[in-house]
Design a protein around this ligand. Structure first.
Ligand code: NAD
Ligand code: UGA
Length: 463
């Protein structure tokens, strides 16, 4: 029986996941710790609406559990010491230096956690990999933990998270499956797995809790993301073919999606997938395959990224060529900056890359996103280091009013599929734009016929 859980990392995964565990297991004390003091302060903000992550329904879960059996803290050592089960939910970004730069996952944060647990723990612990990790990482964690010589016994489990941002709470409440990998060969291993099964069994039907060996579990996470991203790149590749053949990519997606072997989900053509994980995890998969000498496997999956980069660049090129081959000095309104709707997360958002190309062509951008803050937009552009911070400031304005962004614009680019964009007063927007007034819908979100009737020159993907 687990009484105390600690989770290291209070991010997009650690925060919502632990909030739901606390909600569903009121007898378990759950403490989420992080070294980022500002983030923890926001999780503890008196006004629950100020928690650092926007996810529909999350505020309600935090309101119900915070201070009851859910706690946020910067006292990492204390939480580790007290817990019987420790989730590691820290970031695992793509390496930006040294061997594997630009491909391999940077495991320094994971290793730091393992070393901290090894240093602090005085009683036996179950350590759960919640972060997405390269297959065989559990070996490295175990090596670090087992070599402290202080007699503490560890079991390492892999329990990857499959939630998607924007639907995190829904996904956590009713997951398609929960995957738990562990040492199936020993009794201690099986007991540890059972302890975690018992946590999830509070609300997940037993048949949906899958137990495997630890390597299968680690690899399944990378594989799931690779398959999902591959579907998006596959449909996006065909969107380009649709544009030259008068086929309509949404019609093609519907037609193939009704085949139960293919299924209807993840066939929405777009300006390209973003998010913190798809690209990172595929690059990691490619790197792992290469490191085992499996070049064909690596090349196969790398193509998913190549196609996604092409889709983002293609969207920008089409906008430029349609605007008579120059956007220099022209105002382009961006509707949306987040990588998908219902999240304030912008990591790897297609909007960043499209903006970067247009800024290099000297366009003037005016961005509106209902949930993304101004400083984040400048941070994302500065992070690319394509131009100076001052140049980014000069090239981009951020507004909190979509009509203001679109006023006097030459063109509008829809980068995120926020529902509210459908309900804007498009006649009003048209009246206040320069003519011809162009709309480039990177999400196939708007009613193209309605916009054309108003007078817009409407362009979308895959049609
Ligand atoms: P995140 O960057 O939002 O959060 C990670 C947190 O860990 C940060 O707040 C950071 O300060 C903290 N941290 C780093 N090192 C620490 C340390 N030594 N001690 C204490 N805190 C530390 O990342 P995320 O989006 O939550 O992703 C975490 C992991 O989950 C990644 O491996 C990711 O691939 C995986 N994942 C993410 C999602 C998603 O939707 N974001 C979904 C499934 C899996
Ligand atoms: C994705 C997976 O869906 C989760 O299962 C996984 O846990 C998570 O990655 C992770 O490991 O981080 P997420 O990135 O939050 O979740 O969001 P998705 O809904 O998968 O969307 C990813 C990107 O693909 C978005 O930019 C979205 O707009 C795009 N997308 C998605 C499309 O362009 N078309 C689609 O049909 C679906």
């Amino acid at each position: 029986m687990i009484n105390k859980i600690c989770c290291i990392g209070a991010g997009y995964v650690g925060g919502p996941t632990m909030a739901v565990i606390a909600q569903k297991c009121p007898e378990i004390q759950v403490t989420v710790v992080d070294i980022n003091e500002t983030r923890i302060a926001r999780w503890n903000d008196e006004d629950v609406n100020n928690i650092p992550i926007y996810e529909p329904g999350l505020v309600d879960v935090v309101r119900e559990t915070r201070g009851r059996n859910l706690f946020f803290s910067t006292e990492v050592d204390k939480a580790i010491e007290e817990a019987e089960m420790i989730f590691i939910s820290v970031n695992t970004p793509t390496k930006t230096y040294g061997v594997g730069k630009g491909m391999a996952a940077d495991l320094k944060y994971i290793e730091l956690c393992a070393r901290q647990i090894a240093r602090v723990a005085k009683t036996d612990k179950i350590v759960v990999e919640k972060s997405t990790l390269p297959v065989r990482t559990a070996r490295a964690i175990k090596d670090i933990l087992d070599n402290t010589g202080n007699g503490v016994k560890y079991q390492i489990l892999s329990n990857p998270e499959f939630l998607a941002e924007g639907t995190a709470v829904e996904d956590l409440h009713a997951p398609d499956r929960v995957l738990i990998g562990g040492d199936t060969q020993t009794e201690e291993g099986r007991n540890a797995m059972q302890a975690l099964v018992d946590v999830y069994a509070h609300w997940v039907p037993k048949g949906q809790i899958l137990t495997t060996n630890v390597w299968s579990s680690e690899l399944s996470k990378l594989t799931a993301n690779a398959f999902l991203a591959q579907r998006v790149s596959s449909i996006n590749s065909l969107s380009e073919l649709c544009e030259v053949t008068e086929a309509d990519v949404d019609e093609v997606a519907k037609a193939i999606g009704m085949d139960s072997r293919i299924g209807p989900k993840f066939l929405k053509s777009s300006v390209g997938f973003g998010g913190s994980c798809f690209q990172k995890d595929i690059l990691n998969l490619v790197y792992i395959a290469k490191s085992y000498g499996l070049d064909e496997v690596a090349d196969y999956w790398e193509q998913v990224i190549i196609m996604n980069d092409h889709q983002k660049a293609r969207f920008a090129s089409k906008l430029i060529s349609t605007l008579y081959n120059t956007v220099s000095g022209k105002k382009i309104a961006f509707l949306g900056w987040a990588f998908k709707k219902d999240t304030n997360d912008t990591r790897e958002s297609a909007a960043i890359y499209v903006a970067d190309i247009l800024l290099s062509e000297q366009a003037k951008l005016s961005v509106y996103d209902p949930k993304v803050q101004e400083h984040q937009i400048y941070f994302d552009l500065d992070y690319l280091a394509t131009r100076s911070e001052e140049e980014n400031k000069n090239g981009v304005t951020v507004t909190n009013d979509p009509y203001e962004s679109c006023k006097d614009a030459h063109a509008i680019a829809v980068l995120t599929e926020w529902d509210e964009f459908k309900d804007l007063d498009w006649q009003r927007i048209y009246d206040n734009m320069l003519k011809p007034a162009f709309v480039f819908d990177g999400r196939r979100l708007l009613d193209g016929d309605q916009l054309k009737n108003i007078g817009f020159s409407y362009h979308t993907i895959g049609k």
